[in-house]
Design a binder for this molecule. Structure first.
Ligand code: GDP
Ligand code: MG
Length: 202
């Protein structure tokens, strides 16, 4: 039997700038209020190795990110730092490691129907300059690739959120041990998911 959609999980990391901007509560409340369930949470200062492995869990990530970044430059009529996608990614990864190891982060697992897609929708697009208003990145950050690239640093976008169900499962294994994840019910799940509405009226 296939799993019910309500069992879908995603990994969210509040990045060091999110902690420094005192956005932990605000970010958690955004995911909480839509009806998702927090099943694991911890604060830690990641090691460089953890971050490098996190971004390269998908063996295609280096190539995809390099190509996307080169396209970003050429679409704006700018010259990319290199025409070799892997060289472009190497630079991105280096500054990402510096950013993500600069202070504590909060790693979390959120569970619920369409958790991956819903969290990405609430979080907003990767580049805050173009993230929709009303999303977390759109409301709280004003960074852009042009500014962060010119300043030789990673784009500050306060959150990491898994991009697909498979990526989420790989990332959850990378950040959490099985015994750190809580299996429990919240009462609101009854009204969100159950087809049986008995028990409301007295
Ligand atoms: P996310 O899933 O929305 O975080 O985006 P990706 O998985 O595509 O990229 C991960 C991280 O790599 C982003 O948070 C950025 O820090 C960095 N990154 C991705 N694409 C680009 C790009 O085109 N240019 C630059 N400078 N950094 C990028
Ligand atoms: Mg991603």
């Amino acid at each position: 039997m296939s799993k019910h959609p309500s069992s879908e999980r995603t990994l969210v990391i509040i990045k060091p700038d999110g902690i420094q901007r005192s956005l932990i509560g605000e970010i958690i409340s955004r995911y909480e209020r839509i009806g998702l369930k927090l099943t694991a949470v911890k604060m830690l200062v990641p090691t460089a190795d953890m971050i490098e492995r996190h971004y390269t869990l998908d063996p295609e990530w280096r190539m995809k990110t390099g190509l996307k970044s080169i396209k970003g430059y050429t679409d704006k009529g700018l010259k990319p730092p290199s025409t070799d996608p892997l060289k472009v990614t190497e630079k991105i990864l280096k500054v990402l490691v510096k950013y993500m190891t600069s202070g504590p982060v909060v790693a979390m697992i959120w569970q619920g129907a369409h958790a991956v897609q819903i969290v990405r929708k609430i979080t907003g697009g990767t580049e805050p300059l173009t993230s929709d208003v009303g999303t977390i990145r759109g409301d709280y950050v004003l960074d852009s690739y042009s500014m962060s690239d010119a300043d030789g640093r990673a784009i500050r976008n306060v959150i990491h959120a898994s991009g697909s169900v498979n990526e989420a499962e790989d990332e959850i294994k990378h950040w959490f041990k099985e015994n750190e994840i809580n299996n429990y019910k919240i009462v609101s799940e009854q009204i969100i998911y159950n087809s049986d509405l008995d028990g409301i009226l007295e």
